[in-house]
Design a protein. Structure first.
Length: 482
């Protein structure tokens, strides 16, 4: 009896494909597909390489522009004007001389007019569009088409002009073409390799099984009639039905496998949904945790910079702000005033009514001080009842006097705390920049001495620092805080 297996069905199918000369068609389709893939790789690779070469050229241009701007900045910090540089055209040429990716370099003033470097038509235009230059630098890109820009600044970061370097498009295109040629060569090799591998696989999968089938048929054909009769007797009359039965069993197994696969797919989908819900819940918890951490970080930063009782600046933040304001005032030739405020007889209120009442009084005083100044003026609490106000960017003496009078008037109104009307007065010392000091330590020290002078003169007043009288007042009136 002869039984047909799945291997017999596959061999029969492959023999049918062979009779239809499918091999040539497969070769043609593989060739077309491989050619399309190679063209896609070449086109995509060419675009990618062109972009990479562009970025490489722009990177070189950025470095060259930064170097040129640095050289100009060094000359500016030596006291020269941007228009007074000697032989700076040669410096611009030397910036791009040994780099084939760069075409030319130039220096422009803040009006985008050419000062040094290339002429029109040689890479960098003689006049850049100022609006586009400003927008490009504000967006932080530094690149305008094929021109890379870099700001030229002085010691105080004042803008004096721009250094511009143009990218050599021809060099980029040549490098890209070389890369495309290499990709084309690789694509041709890949195509040849695919065809060779396909032919070998076709020979192994199709031609060899067919040859084996032919050999089997030849061996059957060489049997004698008696042997064929005995095979027919063993075979029986119902072999075709058995072939159909084998096919039915095969299809039944395929459907069973398909049903099992669908069931597993449903189970997998339910597991995926459950895992997705768990992941979303975990993400929500993680987002809340991140928000709590951010809030904690903000609170810690605020605690590090603010006085925890009044919310004003603390001593550390005051030193940083005052140092920066003094630097700006020195550069811009401006005056600055420091007011040192000490509350008169605050210790008596604190001792008689308790620290809680004293703390509430300090919070109310801080609010009134904050209301007398601009939002940009630093107000700090540096000790128990000691406050500092800094007035930058104004004629120091008259505005400091006016502010001191406003503070005395504002604090003259009583404070109602738990039904108690409490009165308080300030003693204010004032030091001025640059006359009374050029650093935070000197200004705070001299304002403190001036505050002692105000206390020695009866309190509830203000006093400017005076080098001639500060020591004398200290010796004659050894006033204490309070």
């Amino acid at each position: 009896m002869i039984s047909l297996t799945r291997r017999d069905f596959l061999k029969g199918g492959w023999s049918l494909l062979s009779t239809l000369r499918i091999h040539r068609r497969l070769n043609l389709l593989s060739l077309m597909f491989s050619a399309m893939v190679a063209l896609f790789i070449i086109a995509g690779g060419g675009a990618i390489h062109y972009r990479l070469h562009q970025e490489h050229g722009a990177s070189h241009a950025r470095l060259a522009a930064a170097e040129l701007a640095g050289k100009a900045g060094q000359l500016l910090r030596m006291g020269l004007s941007l228009t007074d540089f000697l032989a700076f055209d040669e410096v611009c040429e030397g910036t791009t001389a040994n780099n084939p990716l760069l075409l030319s370099a130039a220096v422009y003033d803040t009006q985008c007019r050419l000062l040094y470097g290339s002429e029109a038509g040689y890479g960098v235009p003689p006049e850049l569009p100022c609006g586009e230059v400003t927008r490009t630098l504000q967006e932080g890109k530094g690149t305008m088409e094929q021109v890379v820009l870099h700001a030229i600044t002085g010691t105080d970061n004042t803008l004096f002009g721009f250094a511009a370097v143009s990218v050599n498009r021809g060099a980029i295109l040549r490098n890209t073409l070389r890369s495309v040629f290499r990709l084309a060569a690789a694509g041709i090799l890949m195509l040849a390799g695919v065809l060779i591998i396909q032919n070998r696989l076709f020979r192994r999968i199709v031609e060899e099984p067919l040859a084996e089938l032919v050999r089997t048929a030849d061996s059957i054909g060489s049997l004698s009639m008696a042997q064929i009769a005995s095979l027919r007797a063993k075979k029986g009359p119902d072999d075709i039905g058995r072939v159909y039965g084998a096919l039915e069993q095969l299809l039944s197994r395929i459907f069973e496998a398909r049903a099992e696969l669908l069931k597993q797919n449903e189970n997998l989908e339910s597991v995926v949904r459950m895992r997705t819900e768990q992941l979303e819940e975990s993400n929500a918890l993680l987002a809340k945790d991140i928000e709590r951490r951010k809030a904690l970080e903000r609170e810690l930063r605020s605690m590090a910079n603010k006085d925890p009782l009044t919310g004003l600046l603390n001593r550390r933040s005051l030193d940083i702000r005052l140092d920066r304001l003094l630097s700006e005032a020195g550069i811009q030739k401006q005056e600055l005033a420091v007011l040192y405020i000490d509350l008169d007889f605050f210790k008596t209120i604190n001792d008689t009514l308790g620290h809680e009442t004293g703390d509430r009084l300090l919070v109310l005083v801080a609010g009134r001080l904050r209301a007398q100044v601009r939002k940009s003026d630093p107000v700090a609490r540096i000790g128990g009842d000691e406050f500092i106000i800094v007035l930058p960017g104004l004629p120091a003496a008259p505005f400091a006097s006016r502010l001191a009078e406003k503070i005395i008037l504002a604090l003259s109104e009583t404070f109602n705390i738990d039904g108690n009307d409490l009165g308080i007065s300030p003693s204010i010392g004032i030091s001025l920049f640059p006359g009374d000091g050029r650093d935070p330590k000197s200004l705070l020290k001299n304002a403190d001495l001036a505050m002692y002078m105000a206390k020695s003169r009866g309190r509830n007043t203000y006093c400017f620092f005076s080098p001639e009288t500060s020591g004398e007042e200290d010796r004659r009136f050894p006033a204490k805080r309070g």
